[in-house]
Design a protein around this ligand. Structure first.
Ligand SMILES: *Cc1c(COP(=O)(O)O)cnc(C)c1O
Length: 437
């Protein structure tokens, strides 16, 4: 498979180039040059298949020319070391719980797959590969955990000095070894900008091999397609009339990686009717759906903070996937946005009525789904974080705290003491990278 840049100014790249550089040289995001269509017959048996079997079929159609089947199967198998249950919440509404991985957020799936693909390619290079990731909370832990002790790889987690919970910081600061946290005196957007600047810095690129583990990296995005197919298979298993019912999937959106993966799955043949994009007050995407014009906005802090993104990077992939046809985009995606008050109301109502505790991101998706679903349709919302990961908000809103999962990143481990704190400037970042490598 070859990958093209959404900016159209770079030549096509191999899988290896796309993964190992993250961003195309023209600053665009990589997309697969063609989207294979899964034969209809696959969906006749999907209800009986395991997540690894389903994922391998999809992965092999996309990456089978580049990675040997036995190894790809192993990578898929290692990615899904945890369960992704589909739970029935009410009559026609289901929750896909993506948060049972090591860091309790859906980002574990993309990060674990990406780490294994990078490790596959780093075997052939002599020097270490340096993976940079900017985090507003959940990515840092997922990427650090996914890459911890992967040979030939060093991970640098750039995080803003304010806004992360103790647990989130702990998830990447307690690992040590090849995981290097860097505290940035600035906000998340500044962390993200620094990472982008590092990629296009010629001097740095000549001295180090650097790539990104944010959802701009195509191999963090592609594995997120797998669980959309799996969700559909579990739904067919649970609802005997499933084949005859229209299915709608609701996605809580930040950088739009998760939604883009769903749209790609639909293009590959996943029989869902449409998606609902759920935003908090950072609603530049839902406003784009209404108007056809994309205008980034500045970041507003909300209780669903992993979705506080004013300029979502994957929008260029979505516009490209639909060849700029705004009507086609509106057919496949409905958008809804909510205030903190509405999100909190949904958390408390759902807990009171169904006994189901949700984190604020998941609640945003459920709220959007409830608003958008019509009588004859069934809906699945993506539960992207464990409620215990946002326990303070869960407690404040519902009066109940969630039981934390038994987590392999143990609470007692010491926090790294040599964490550098830098100004949001490229020279400061370069200094840290060059002295740690
Ligand atoms: C990152 C994140 C999101 C947003 O996902 P995108 O792929 O960036 O749109 C939603 N919920 C949680 C819990 C997250 O950590």
């Amino acid at each position: 498979m070859q990958f093209y840049s959404t900016n159209g100014q770079s030549r096509q790249a191999s899988l290896e180039e796309a993964v190992m550089t993250g961003l195309a040289p023209d600053g665009g995001l990589y997309m697969p040059e063609r989207i294979p269509i899964i034969p209809r017959a696959f969906f006749n048996n999907i209800g009986e298949m395991s997540i690894t079997d389903i994922s391998f079929v999809v992965a092999n159609m996309l990456l089978g020319e580049d990675i040997d089947a036995a190894e790809l199967k192993q990578i898929v198998y290692d990615t899904f070391s945890f369960d992704i249950p589909l739970k029935k919440i009410s009559d026609r509404i289901y929750s896909l719980e993506l948060f049972h991985g090591p860091t309790s957020a859906f980002k574990d799936v993309g990060a674990r797959f990406l780490a294994r693909i990078i490790s596959h390619y780093s075997k052939s290079t002599e020097s270490d590969v340096n993976v940079l990731v900017a985090t507003s909370g959940d990515s840092g832990g997922a990427v650090a955990s996914g890459f911890h002790n992967v040979p030939g790889v060093k991970v640098f987690v750039l995080y803003p000095e304010r806004g992360l919970t103790h647990l989130q910081r702990h998830q990447f600061s307690s690992l040590g070894d090849n995981v290097y946290p860097i505290e940035v005196m600035g906000n998340f957007d500044e962390c993200q900008r620094l990472v982008k600047e590092a990629f296009v810095d010629k001097d740095l690129r000549e001295r180090l091999s650097v790539t990104s583990a944010n959802s701009i990296n195509i191999c963090r995005l592609l594995p997120q397609m797998f669980y959309y197919f799996y969700a559909y298979s579990r739904y067919l298993q649970m609802d005997p009339k499933g084949y005859e019912t229209d299915v709608v999937i609701s996605v809580p959106c930040g950088n739009l990686g998760n939604l883009t993966a769903g749209l790609l799955a639909k293009k590959m043949g996943l029989p869902v009717k449409r998606f609902v994009a759920a935003n908090n007050l950072n609603d530049s995407f839902t406003r784009y759906l209404d108007s056809g014009n994309f205008a980034p906005c500045s970041q507003h802090p909300t209780i669903a903070c992993a979705m506080d993104v004013g300029n979502p990077s994957n929008i260029s992939r979505i516009i490209d996937l639909y060849a700029r046809d705004h009507t086609a985009i509106n057919n496949d995606i409905h958008g809804r946005s909510f205030t903190d008050g509405q999100i909190a109301q949904c958390m408390s109502d759902t807990f009171r009525t169904f006994g189901y505790l949700m984190d604020p991101h998941t609640a945003t998706a459920l709220m959007a789904l409830s608003d958008d679903l019509s009588q004859q349709e069934s809906g699945i919302f993506l539960a992207t974080a464990h409620p215990a990961k946002y326990n303070k908000t869960v407690m404040d809103v519902t009066g109940t705290s969630a039981t934390p999962p038994i987590n392999p990143t143990n609470e007692a481990a010491p926090t790294r003491h040599d964490t550098p704190k830098i100004t949001p400037s490229l020279p400061a970042l370069k200094k840290v990278l060059l002295t740690s490598t």
